[in-house]
Design a protein around this ligand. Structure first.
Ligand code: ADP
Length: 196
């Protein structure tokens, strides 16, 4: 079947960095513009598709490959996909990118960046205190690795930006790639476009 050019927005970052929040905000903004969106949230996937998996490197990689597989099937059929999972390992993220691009869909890696001290302070899910106290083994960023993207397509810094600002950065890129019809409707768009 001919490729209908969907895309995958791949949000990667530590727990509490803002992936789910951004994904929801983006989903709403994109739906308003008539872009069909499916959201794959890491926490949700772990309660169904990946219920059988733990947090070893092997299981984490399997989890990401599953999310990557589903997102790829959707993206190659014209759907806009937002994945919001920690996805700590570079190699598997790159693998998902390669598979997605091989199918002719776009893969946009978004590094959702936030320093660990801010995350510990936010402690959205109450996990950092426990992890820092040594009570959680294999907690990403504390007792388990997180490999920063080397060349993310977009970096959002959630300790310095509002949710709306971070979302708009991403919308600007989608616009540039031709996935939105109208303008993002913000002066930042013109500025960002001029910088390129
Ligand atoms: P994750 O999905 O990465 O585990 P969450 O989205 O559950 O993280 O939590 C992120 C927290 O950070 C929320 O309380 C959110 O309101 C806050 N936050 C502050 N600034 C931003 C931003 N620019 N983008 C996303 N979240 C932000």
């Amino acid at each position: 079947m001919a490729n209908k050019n969907g895309f995958t927005l791949w949000l990667t970052g530590l727990s509490g960095a803002g992936k789910s929040t951004l994904a929801l905000d983006l989903k709403n903004k994109l739906l308003e513009r008539g872009v069909e969106i499916e959201l794959l949230d890491g926490d949700e996937v772990r309660t169904n598709l990946s219920k059988d998996l733990g947090f070893s490197k092997e299981d984490r990689d399997t989890n990401i490959r599953r999310i990557g597989y589903v997102s790829r099937l959707l993206a190659r059929n014209g759907v806009g996909v937002i994945s919001a999972a920690i996805s700590p390992y570079r190699e598997v993220r790159d693998e998902v990118r390669a598979e997605t691009e091989k199918d002719g869909a776009a893969f946009i890696e978004v590094f959702v960046k936030c320093p660990i001290d801010v995350l510990a302070e936010r402690d959205v899910k109450g996990l950092y205190k426990k992890a820092l106290a040594g009570e959680i083994k294999e907690f990403t960023g504390v007792s388990d690795p997180y490999e920063d993207p080397l060349r993310p397509d977009i970096t959002v810094e959630t300790d310095r930006e509002t949710v709306d600002q971070s979302s708009r950065k991403i919308l600007v890129e989608l616009e540039r790639l031709g996935f939105l019809n109208g303008s993002v409707g913000n002066v930042n768009y013109t500025l960002a476009a001029a910088r390129r």
